[in-house]
Design a protein around this ligand. Structure first.
Ligand code: SAM
Length: 281
């Protein structure tokens, strides 16, 4: 198996197939010590990211890199950051959020009639830009008065990302895709206003092995996460999402992610371009 982008170092070892055992030992170590189930991620992705870190540290074999991790906590964190990939933005792919708006309004109307709160799960939320984007859209849809009739579970496996979500203090670069008028209305000093923050519950959660934080959601948003998972892990997770969706509930995936397997039969694809699926009521 070749190691993508490995160059002469880690790439040379993987390309020669000589360090496969070292790779397996390293990923097992990370799984054992840091609880990331590496077997659920695409091997090619893992190798590419580990190679980046090995090159950065001038290490040529997986075994030497594993040894380095034992006495370099900072490098361990760098590796975990590299493996989890936390790239995100407010209103990432603005057209997707525009397409979601009418669905939010419909979901809210149904929940409101039933006299209950609108339940949202932002799964793999990184540093929080995605769940805060949803909170802003909810504020626009429900109005400030009714915003507390909704709740968002913002979950991620990466603790540093969760701390950033809690802290909720964002650099200018996070806002480049967000309409300026919404930023003015819902942010002060680069932070979401309290009424937006208050509907978020930030939780550590591993999508590859834990049940959903709540049994039922009206909207599940999971974008740019499953793309890194092996096919079986994706299929398992899709079924978890379907089981957790209320009748009429909506699932939003990333732009290049596609639902497949038995879960696909249970949801209706209502917007193929924006990957919006609905569970029939
Ligand atoms: C590229 S970011 C996507 C952020 C956001 N959803 C978006 O589209 O802008 C991927 C996120 O998935 C998280 N992630 C990766 N594996 C995960 C797992 N097994 N369980 C939960 N989150 C995971 C990473 O930590 C990272 O924050």
């Amino acid at each position: 198996m070749s190691l993508e982008g490995g160059g002469g170092g880690a790439g040379g070892a993987g390309g020669a197939g000589g360090d496969e055992r070292g790779f397996q030992a390293l990923t097992k170590k990370v799984t054992r010590e840091r609880g990331i189930s590496c077997e659920s991620y695409k091997e090619k992705c893992l190798k590419r990211r580990i190679a980046v870190r090995m090159r950065a540290r001038g290490v040529h074999t997986y075994t030497d890199y594993a040894r380095l991790l034992d006495h370099d906590a900072r490098e361990y964190q760098e590796l975990l950051d590299a493996l989890t990939i936390n790239v995100t933005k407010f209103f990432r792919n603005p057209e997707t959020w525009e397409a979601l708006r009418p669905h939010l309004a419909e979901l809210w109307a149904t929940r409101h009639r039933a006299g209950s709160r609108l339940r949202v799960w932002s799964a793999g939320c990184a540093s929080g830009e995605e769940p805060y984007t949803i909170a802003v859209l909810l504020a626009e849809t429900l109005g400030d008065d009714l915003l507390d009739q909704s709740l968002i579970d913002a979950t991620d496996i990466d603790r540093l990302s969760l701390e950033r979500t809690h802290q909720a203090l964002y650099p200018d670069t996070a806002f480049t895709e967000m309409p300026a008028s919404l930023k003015r209305r819902y942010f002060v000093d680069q932070q979401p206003v309290p009424r937006i923050r208050e509907i978020l519950r930030v939780l550590a959660h591993d999508l590859t092995r834990e049940p959903p934080p709540r049994p039922v959601y009206d909207l599940i948003v999971c974008r740019n996460v499953v793309i890194y998972f092996e096919r079986e892990a994706q299929e398992r997770l899709f079924q978890v999402f379907v089981n957790a969706l209320a009748p009429g509930g909506v699932l939003l995936l990333g732009k290049v992610e596609t639902l497949f397997g038995p879960a696909r039969e249970q949801l209706t694809l209502v917007d193929p371009r924006e990957r919006i699926y609905v569970r029939p009521a």
